[in-house]
Design a protein around this ligand. Structure first.
Ligand code: CUA
Length: 188
């Protein structure tokens, strides 16, 4: 009894400091949780960067991704826009033709489920989400052929969902582009 009376008041300052510190730590944790929740919700609500929206049900009826507009289009400034669509279980066009040493922009979307768009040996790696246009700039310095596998599980035929990309000389590409407005290497 007398011990309590003696020690009680002596322990108070230490306890107060400890309680204050606990409050500070709790506040810090609370702030971190709020930041994490906010960042998570914001990321879930906003579409991924470099994308615009599009209705996947009407891709084939008109607009940018109508079949006749798919492939590589040489622009007046020498740049190239490549438009492609992924669907279970192929890419259209299945072989993409691009020139060397030119600024290229890929614009790709999905007609059904989430697919992956990856060009082997490059940092080009997109997710094709139905409803969104995924876009990425690229440049190829050497001619050659590269694989373009779907890297996102999209169903039973996923393993067989492959495309090719063929890089050809810039001058040759320009020559081909005078005859055909939308190039691909499907026939080659
Ligand atoms: Cu498409 Cu996997």
């Amino acid at each position: 009894m007398s011990d309590d009376v003696l020690h009680g008041p002596e322990e108070d300052p230490g306890e107060r400091v400890e309680r204050r510190w606990a409050t500070v730590v709790t506040c810090i944790i609370a702030v971190l949780v709020v930041i994490a929740v906010f960042a998570g919700v914001q990321q879930a609500v906003l579409p991924q960067s470099r994308v615009a929206t599009i209705d996947p049900r009407t891709l084939h009826l008109g607009g940018e991704f109508i079949e006749s507009n798919l492939g590589s289009a040489l622009q007046p400034d020498g740049s190239v826009i490549v438009r492609a669509v992924g669907q279970q279980y192929s890419f259209t066009p299945p072989c993409i033709l691009v020139p060397t040493d030119s600024p290229i922009t890929f614009r790709v979307t999905s007609a059904d489920v989430v697919h992956g768009f990856l060009i082997s040996g490059t940092s080009i790696n997109l997710n094709l989400v139905p409803g969104y246009i995924s876009s990425i700039p690229a440049r190829f310095s050497t001619p050659g052929e590269r694989h373009m596998p779907c890297h996102e599980f999209c169903g039973f035929g996923h393993e067989g969902m492959w495309g090719r990309i063929k890089v050809i000389d810039k001058a040759e590409f320009a020559r081909l582009a005078t005859d055909t407005k939308r190039l691909s290497c499907v026939a080659q």
